[in-house]
Design a protein around this ligand. Structure first.
Ligand SMILES: *Cc1c(COP(=O)(O)O)cnc(C)c1O
Length: 370
């Protein structure tokens, strides 16, 4: 018996033993030749995973919120107009963040469980000239998924930079950054990328880098300024030593291992695996006669599922019983709404994990109702 629970929340997730081994290996210098190779290779692998052959990758210590902050700090100048498409918790965060950098923010938001319609976004874009649009690909608070391809196309049509918050989707949901015309695709290590919390990751398009280079005001965030980081990313990729701020050596080593594993699985196979697991889990939910938070199955994420508690259950008691059965699941993130729970099924998760989760929930339901 391994004597541990299965971590099935929407991040952090279960990690591959190879990744954890790399994290625990002796730390080398940030300018040692083997580390320079690891960093350079990780940057190159990000282009494969993001499907962005000409994009500029960044690997920086921090969490997903830093990745959001990097896009905001480097692309917004005071007075710029930004459109935030919000489907829940993290959309609100993006609006607050962009205002800090002086953006004039317009928010279009959806009711819990709904997406913001593409037509609605287009109507707003037609009415004014925005510099930037942000949207949450998979809203972690609800499991609602937006369509990045349609939004990328709108960005191109109206000359707006598009920023995809992919913290809960990159390396799990289908994203073809360059083909779909998305300017920034950002994430954090602890979700579908499969590395313990600690890295902010993003790939910026050539258009986003051009907008950054054409700024007339300095970036007001010192640590996050791409002027500091771009030469570092370029140096590592050219396999040269460099320094701005000490990189998280062990995390980058773990990232390389995880990205190699993702690339070896292949992006198409990975998208299909996540879809299969999500379908399996959602079928079980139907069998329990419960309902998922997303109103439409087609807008339901493959990386996590949010499920309303049935009316006859005490949500906290039910969740504790699932935990006792060996599987850790998450509660809701939105306050003042009907109660729900969330199950993450992304990254290193396998079929057995999905079945173990379904069994634990089954067991808890029977206990609650006996
Ligand atoms: C988890 C998450 C974040 C925040 O990431 P942190 O690593 O917690 O800072 C942002 N956006 C989405 C969609 C997320 O799922």
């Amino acid at each position: 018996m391994k004597g541990r629970s299965l971590l099935m929340i929407p991040g952090p997730i279960e990690f591959e033993p190879e990744v954890l081994r790399a994290l625990g290996a002796p730390t080398t210098s940030h300018v040692a030749p083997n580390f320079i190779e690891t960093f350079g290779n990780s940057l190159e692998l990000m282009r494969t995973v993001w499907m962005a052959p000409t994009g500029q990758p960044f690997i920086i210590s921090g969490s997903g919120t830093l990745a959001m902050d990097l896009a905001g700090a480097n692309l917004i100048e005071p007075g710029d107009k930004a459109l935030v498409v919000s489907t829940g918790y993290f959309g609100e965060r993006y609006a607050n963040l962009l205002s800090r950098y002086g953006a004039q923010v317009t928010i279009v938001s959806a009711e819990m469980g709904h997406v913001v319609g593409i037509d609605e976004i287009e109507t707003v874009l037609k009415a004014d000239q925005y510099k930037l649009l942000t949207f949450t690909h998979v809203d972690t608070s609800t499991g609602v998924r937006m369509d990045p391809q349609a939004i990328g196309a709108l960005g191109k049509k109206y000359g707006v930079l598009t920023v995809l918050d992919g913290v809960c989707s990159v390396a799990g949901e289908e994203i073809r950054q360059e083909e779909w015309g998305l300017d920034v695709v950002l994430t954090a290590s602890q979700k579908a990328i499969g590395v313990p919390p600690g890295l902010a990751l993003l790939v910026a398009s050539q258009a986003a880098m051009k907008a950054f280079h054409s700024r007339s005001t300095p970036v007001s965030n010192y640590y996050g300024d791409w002027s500091n980081w771009l030469p570092i990313m370029e140096a590592y990729e050219a396999r040269k030593p460099s320094y701005f701020a000490t990189p998280p050596v062990n995390h980058v080593a773990a990232l390389e291992v995880s990205l190699e594993m993702i690339a070896a699985e292949g992006m198409e196979a990975r998208f299909a695996r996540h879809k299969e697991f999500a379908d399996t889990f959602r079928s079980a939910v139907k069998g329990w006669d419960m309902s998922i938070v997303p109103r439409e199955e087609s807008n339901s994420a493959n990386t996590l599922t949010a499920v309303y508690y049935p009316e006859d259950l005490d949500g906290n008691d039910f969740r504790m019983k699932v935990v006792k059965a060996g599987v850790i699941i998450a509660g809701g993130l939105l306050k003042g709404k009907p109660g729900y729970f969330r199950v993450g099924h992304m990254g290193a998760v396998n079929r057995n994990d999905i079945h173990a989760t379904i069994t634990a929930i089954d067991h808890a339901l029977k206990q609650c109702r006996s």
